[in-house]
Write a protein that binds this ligand. Structure first.
Ligand code: CLF
Ligand code: SF4
Length: 491
């Protein structure tokens, strides 16, 4: 059996069905070329693109028209942001200036999103003024918005007029009984409406908005916050309904609820899901395109997903910058062309590296963690990784299943000094993984990983991640390592 690198792998047991592993290049192969073109450099809509392209958010939208039980209004909109993080509010003019500055300094930045700190469509004047200016001055940047959906129907025309090609609606339920446990109230037609009625109106508006956007050719992603015991069993039904109505992608995100965030759920002790529960739910969402690489960004995030370069772009610094955007646009076009050429090379390299191997169906899959600084390569020192990409390698191929955040424990550039408890936390974050691929690793963490049943591997430095994971899986099979249960489970 040929061991392939692919998106929609069918795992040996349970797991992901066709089309449910994020939108990698292979997964997009069935889409019309025009759609592939619209998502190929969007880091959220294309799993492959997130290795290469960056996004940025501008926090121009302070107000909100609903209340979610996982949100404290002191902080950013938790529909697309990590709770407990506050963004600096910008005027539309400041937001435009910041966008041009970032686009000039980080040419791989391809998308500008508005995702808070409140709801962008509850602040239409500020949101659309930002989009209006940007669509004129920076037509090479994709525009994206994330909303709770209450006001979508009344803004569809304006979204289309400003060329907003990608819209995210957070839909946590299609049943008002479930909704009443998530939303205590909405503000609708100058009145505060509570309970089941509020959820009913919100759901109706979300569904109508979704249909209207799809009818106008806008790509719609649906976000859902997984709240164990509240909507977890209901979300496969949400996935089915939104797919039927034409949503392009479903992003099921874990609830983050801590008492110190002061949210209703946090204070009431509502727990978030475990990684295993989240993966199982994503897999249970049938054949919907599933996003698994979301990093729950902040409303002023800048950089590759998982990276936060916001501090480099404070307004004080931006005001001191001279920006020649026409020149920047030329440079951006050249760099995007180079990225696309490198992606093509990477695909060819992957195909060449995944030579046929006899891994019989039914052989157990393996979770492989990868330290990558971007470009889809194994190119990061173990001690410098703040997060690891996790792939499941099995007889049918390799699929991306998520990421694990960890504390960076190595502060030096050439040594992996004192491992301390930070290394222990890293090892805990990698629980369940049997291999970690990185460009380099020190002797001390090497030993600690081995002792924990995780095999460090620096042999595949600078190789494409999926191809490296496939090669390691094949090596494990050939060495007989897949005949036994994982070492970590034995220990
Ligand atoms: Fe931003 Fe959202 Fe647009 Fe992406 S984020 S508005 S679709 S450009 Fe992306 Fe961040 Fe997840 Fe959002 S990783 S939180 S899904
Ligand atoms: Fe908070 Fe966003 Fe919900 Fe509004 S939509 S209450 S800002 S999480």
């Amino acid at each position: 059996m040929e061991l392939k690198v692919l998106g929609p792998a069918k795992p040996a047991a349970g797991g992901c069905a066709k089309g449910s592993c994020g939108s990698t290049a292979d997964q997009m192969a069935h889409l019309p070329e025009a759609i592939r073109d619209r998502v190929k450099n969007h880091p959220c809509y294309s799993e492959e693109a997130h290795h290469h392209y960056a996004r940025m958010h501008v926090a121009v939208a302070p107000a909100c028209n609903i209340q979610c039980n996982y949100c404290n209004r002191k902080y950013d909109c938790a529909n697309e942001s990590r709770p407990g993080v506050v963004s600096e509010l910008l005027t539309p003019d400041q937001a435009v200036r910041k966008t041009l500055a970032v686009a000039a300094a980080i040419p791989q930045m391809s998308v500008l999103g508005i995702a808070g700190p409140g709801d962008p469509l509850a602040n239409p004047a500020r949101t659309f003024e930002t989009f209006r200016q940007l669509s004129e001055t920076a037509p090479d940047i994709k525009l994206c918005v994330s909303t709770n959906g209450l006001s979508v129907p009344e803004h569809v025309d304006e979204l289309v007029r400003h060329n907003i090609d990608h819209v995210t609606i957070t839909i946590n339920c299609v049943d008002p009984e479930v909704g009443a446990r998530i939303y205590p109230w909405i503000f609708w037609k100058n009145r505060r409406i509570r309970g089941r009625k509020a959820a009913e109106i919100l759901i109706e508006q979300q569904q109508r908005g979704l249909e209207m956007l799809v009818a106008r050719g806008v790509l719609v992603k649906v976000n859902s916050v997984m709240i164990p015991g509240v909507n977890d069993e209901h979300l496969p039904e949400v996935s089915r309904v939104v797919k039927e109505k034409g949503a392009f992608l479903h992003n099921v995100m874990p609830l983050i609820a801590e008492a110190e965030h002061g949210t209703y759920y946090g204070v009431m002790g509502q727990r978030g899901p475990t990684q295993a529960e989240l993966t199982a739910l994503q897999d249970a969402c049938g054949d919907m395109n599933m996003m698994r690489h979301c990093r729950q960004c902040r409303a002023d995030a800048v950089g590759l997903l998982g990276e936060d370069r916001g501090q480099e772009f404070t307004m004080a610094r931006i005001d001191a910058m001279a920006i020649d955007y026409a020149a920047a646009m030329e440079r951006r076009a050249a760099i995007h062309a180079a990225i696309e050429a490198a992606r093509e090379d990477g695909r060819a390299q992957q195909a060449a590296m995944t030579a046929p191997a006899a891994v019989p169906a039914g052989t157990r899959p393996v979770l492989i963690a990868v330290a990558s600084a971007g470009q889809g390569l194994v190119n990061q020192h173990f001690g410098h990784a703040r997060e690891f990409l996790v792939y499941e390698a099995g007889p049918a191929g390799v699929r991306f299943v998520g990421h694990r955040k960890t504390d960076q424990y190595c502060v030096g550039s050439s040594t992996c000094g004192d491992a301390g408890t930070a290394l222990e936390r890293t090892i805990r974050a990698l629980a369940g993984c049997e291999v970690v691929l990185c460009s380099k690793i020190g002797i001390e963490p090497w030993g600690a990983l081995e002792a924990a049943g995780i095999q460090p591997n620096g042999e595949h430095a600078m190789e494409p991640v999926e191809a490296a994971a496939a090669a390691v899986y094949r090596e494990m099979f050939e060495a007989g390592a897949l005949d036994a249960a994982p070492a970590a489970q034995i220990a």
